[in-house]
Design a protein around this ligand. Structure first.
Ligand SMILES: [Zn+2]
Ligand SMILES: [Zn+2]
Ligand SMILES: [Zn+2]
Length: 316
């Protein structure tokens, strides 16, 4: 059994050298950034925010940019207008919420899969809202429920060629991406991204996909789990800007000193006092959080699937 993606952990290894503090920060940022549609928060903060978290959409937002300023209208009014226009043009109800984000861009969240997939169709959007021309930025990454992994995908095969072949049969297939191990060896597994949850579900139910008349096993795809870490004190319980620690701690020795590549102190994790860098995948604290997140992740996924089933039945 291959658990693709779930073991992709800490970007730091013992002995890592960074050319500059910026490179260090860049890697650290990359490491603690959430990807995909479901965002995870663990620790004290998660408890305070449980309520708002649970109301958060499982889908990444569509961003609406306006050509003209929208200062006189509330986000609520714009959302209502979009729902009405959509209904008039497509005779379809969309289930969305939205709010203004950065730079007065309107963020629109789908509340269920069918709406999300309707919004993915760029041609369906109106050209204008509140008499202003609009530009739509589609989400760059779909929730991981829209992907699956294809096994026994020969290392010599070209993903692009197979993609063209498969697209003829699987209309919502968008992309094939080969998976790599942590040390960047290519695997005989590809991730297949779709724009229809139904198509993914059907393939998972069958359990295989045909490539050149040969059956290949398909499995659920789980996005790599990213674990939040404070860049100042390396706690996993809060983001950097909430740190109580005003001095920089060391990722290697856990002591207080300025960032220093040359630290030769004994390796000691600040969180568990073990013999590894803070945030390393072997840290029991990291493993505990990983387990909690993956449990939560499975629950979310199950809820999403149940919601989808119910909705399909309502349509039939
Ligand atoms: Zn901190
Ligand atoms: Zn140190
Ligand atoms: Zn540790």
């Amino acid at each position: 059994e291959t658990n693709v993606g779930t073991n992709n952990d800490c970007v730091f290894k013992v002995g890592d050298v960074f050319k500059s503090f910026n490179e260090f920060k860049y890697k650290l940022n990359d490491y603690s950034t959430n990807i995909g549609g479901i965002s995870h928060r663990i620790g004290k903060q998660a408890n305070n925010q449980r309520k708002s978290q649970s109301q958060k959409s499982d889908f990444p937002p569509f961003i609406v940019k306006f050509k003209e300023d929208q200062q006189e209208l509330t986000d609520r009014k714009l959302i209502d207008e979009l729902i009405t226009v959509w209904k008039n043009q497509h005779n379809k109800d969309i289930n969305i919420t939205g709010r203004f984000g950065d730079k007065q861009w309107l963020l629109i969240f789908a509340n269920e899969p069918q709406t999300f997939e309707d919004l993915l169709n760029a041609q369906s959007w109106p050209d204008k809202l509140n008499n202003s021309e609009i530009l739509i930025k589609q989400p760059r990454q779909l929730p991981s429920t829209y992907s699956l992994v294809i096994q026994q995908f020969h290392k010599n095969w070209k993903e692009k060629e197979v993609l063209e072949e498969l697209k003829l049969q699987y209309l919502s297939l968008k992309n094939l991406t080969r998976m790599f191990t942590k040390d960047e060896t290519s695997m005989n597994i590809v991730r297949a991204d779709f724009s229809s949850l139904r198509e993914v579900q059907d393939l998972l139910a069958i359990g295989s996909i045909s490539i050149s008349h040969l059956k290949h096993k398909v499995k659920q795809y789980y996005a790599p789990i990213r674990i939040q870490k404070c860049m100042k004190c390396f706690s996993h319980a809060h983001p950097t800007n909430n740190s109580q620690q005003s001095h920089q701690m060391c990722i290697r020795c856990g002591q207080q000193h300025a960032f220093n590549n040359e630290c030769k102190n004994e390796i000691k994790c600040i969180n568990c006092h073990g013999e590894h860098y803070a945030g390393h995948s072997s840290c029991p604290k990291v493993q505990k959080i990983r387990k909690e997140i993956s449990e939560k992740y499975k629950t979310n996924r199950a809820e999403l699937m149940v919601g989808f089933e119910q909705q399909q039945q309502e349509h039939n």
